[in-house]
Design a binder for this molecule. Structure first.
Ligand SMILES: [Fe+2]
Ligand SMILES: [Fe+2]
Length: 163
């Protein structure tokens, strides 16, 4: 059975993953409003993935004989000054989540909770992917600047996600 401390920390991570989903959904709406439908679709898919991350923690807690107490979800920002700013915020958010996952691993190891440490390895790998996916999008947006044509080309490309 999972220890109380570890349980509380994983319970908090459910909240962070649901908040991630909420944040990307807000970004999706913002991009939809600007008619960048490919980027909006990309963000919507990202929101779905974050919800599935929350569910992995949810299921794991019950598997280990723990339980879940859902917490309040913070209201995400609704507007960003530019598309670059939105994707930069997404990249920064992922870096902050990576730190949280690493802190959870440290905690699992300190508590000799090998089952949780092992479970978290999936997230360690996932965070490498998340950061590696966002970084080139940010770089491209920086290079694009305000070339509308290139921006719509990237929009089209990102809209292919999940196809
Ligand atoms: Fe996540
Ligand atoms: Fe993520």
């Amino acid at each position: 059975m999972i220890g109380k401390n570890m349980q509380q920390a994983l319970n908090q991570q459910i909240n962070d993953e649901v908040y991630s989903s909420y944040l990307y959904l807000a970004m999706s709406g913002h991009l939809e409003g600007l008619s960048f439908r490919g980027m909006a679709k990309w963000m919507r898919q990202q929101a779905r993935e974050e919800m599935s991350h929350a569910m992995k923690f949810f299921d794991f807690l019950y598997e280990r004989g723990g339980s879940v107490t859902l917490l309040d979800i913070n209201q995400p920002q609704a507007q960003w000054p530019s598309i670059l700013a939105a994707f930069k915020a997404a990249a920064a958010h992922e870096r902050s989540i990576t730190e949280k996952i690493h802190t959870l691993v440290d905690k699992a190891i300190a508590e000799k909770d090998h089952a949780t440490a092992n479970f978290l390895q999936w997230f360690v790998k996932e965070q490498v992917e998340e950061e590696a996916t966002l970084a080139p999008i940010v770089s491209r947006l920086e290079a694009i600047g305000d070339h509308t044509g290139a921006l719509y080309y990237l929009d089209h490309e990102l809209g292919k996600r999940g196809e």
